[in-house]
Design a protein around this ligand. Structure first.
Ligand code: NAP
Length: 310
């Protein structure tokens, strides 16, 4: 009798997973609930109740691994906290080790679920080392969040140094590409194979601000990388999507408070939104089953001048 009862509950949960995707189930899988959930499934295994899809059970119970670049601040940090909360273990990359450590400390997460890897994503050799270390620690990779990025000073493009142009391209575009290459190698060969890549684009992947040529060009290029990755990934069960953010409150958008140059030459203070809305969106995209994908999602402060003519 006890076995049948447990099995029925488990079946309800797995049916919800099948129809709604992982994200609808995962919010309930925290703390005590996660424990109860696992106990139920383990009990079902012990009772050898065959009516549960064992493959699905394995998928739900297995640890999921994500790697985030730029995880020491802003969106990367908020996404790390949200993904830990959703049950992932994480490799955190960024140049400043102290900031990565802060991300872990603020989450008060068990150290076994975090690997800190100081990495400059514009250095392909460093990126190879990053992925090798992540694999050695966790054994697989389910999610890459290509988040590391930088802007350039808002100058007329003819005044921008070649070095600055090259730096922005190296971080925003080449860095994302190097990470994508390494993720592909891992995701193709691991068992079960496949995974997901989320690229952090921007509203600037859609339309520019004045004096933003390197940032806008690299973010537009990321859109091409996202589409190519989504297409080439199909053969290997690798999904790829892009999140285009507008004015999440981070270090990068702090200058919004002083007013930011508009297309008509005026300065305007623009609204911002809480960064956790971005983190929630990343978790939603990450938790879809691999046969479903958000190719592009725009998350922005509702009142931004970007929409319409202001
Ligand atoms: N905030 C927004 O509203 C907004 C809007 C559109 C797009 N985005 C995008 O969101 C991403 C994160 O931005 P954010 O707002 O969170 O700003 P942020 O706090 O400045 O984050 C940028 C992160 O990238 C890392 N990074 C920079 N260069 C790197 C490199 N060479 N190698 C490794 N990591 C590097 C930085 O860490 P280290 O300095 O320690 O390396 C930092 O953690 C960026 O791609 C940005 O373009 C943000």
């Amino acid at each position: 009798m006890r076995g049948i009862g447990i099995c029925l509950i488990a079946q309800l949960i797995t049916r919800e997973y099948r129809t709604q995707g992982f994200s609808s189930v995962s919010p309930r899988l925290c703390g005590k609930n996660l424990y109860v959930f696992c106990v139920l499934f383990r009990a079902c295994y012990r009772y050898n109740v065959c009516c549960i899809d064992k493959v699905l059970v394995k998928e739900l119970m297995s640890e999921r691994i994500a790697l985030i670049t730029g995880a020491g601040s802003g969106i990367g940090r908020a996404a790390a906290h949200a993904l830990w909360h959703a049950g992932y273990s994480l490799t955190l990359a960024g140049r400043r080790e102290s900031k990565l450590r802060e991300t872990v400390a603020q989450a008060a997460v068990d150290e076994s679920r975090a690997l800190i890897m100081p990495t400059d994503v514009s250095d392909p050799a460093a990126v190879s080392r990053l992925f090798a270390a992540s694999q050695a620690r966790f054994g697989r990779l389910d999610l890459l969040f290509n988040n590391a990025g930088m802007g350039a000073p808002a100058l007329p493009l003819e005044d921008l140094t070649v070095a600055k142009w090259q730096q922005v391209v190296a971080v925003n575009l080449s860095g994302a590409f190097y990470c994508t290459q390494e993720a592909f190698k891992l995701m193709k060969t691991q068992q079960p194979s496949g995974g997901r890549i989320i690229n952090n684009g921007s509203i600037s992947a859609q339309t520019p601000r004045p004096h933003s040529a390197p940032y806008t060009a690299t973010k537009h290029a990321l859109t091409g990388l996202t589409k190519s990755t989504a297409l080439d990934g199909r053969a290997h069960n690798i999904a790829c999507g892009q999140i285009d953010i507008g004015n999440a409150g981070t270090d990068m958008t702090e200058r919004m408070q002083q007013g930011i140059l508009q297309a008509n030459g005026t300065l305007a203070v623009e609204p911002t939104m809480d960064v956790r809305h971005v983190a929630d969106a990343v978790v939603y995209m990450a938790n879809l089953p691999l046969n479903a994908n958000v190719l592009f999602m725009t998350v922005m402060a509702s009142g931004m001048p970007y929409v319409g003519r202001g």
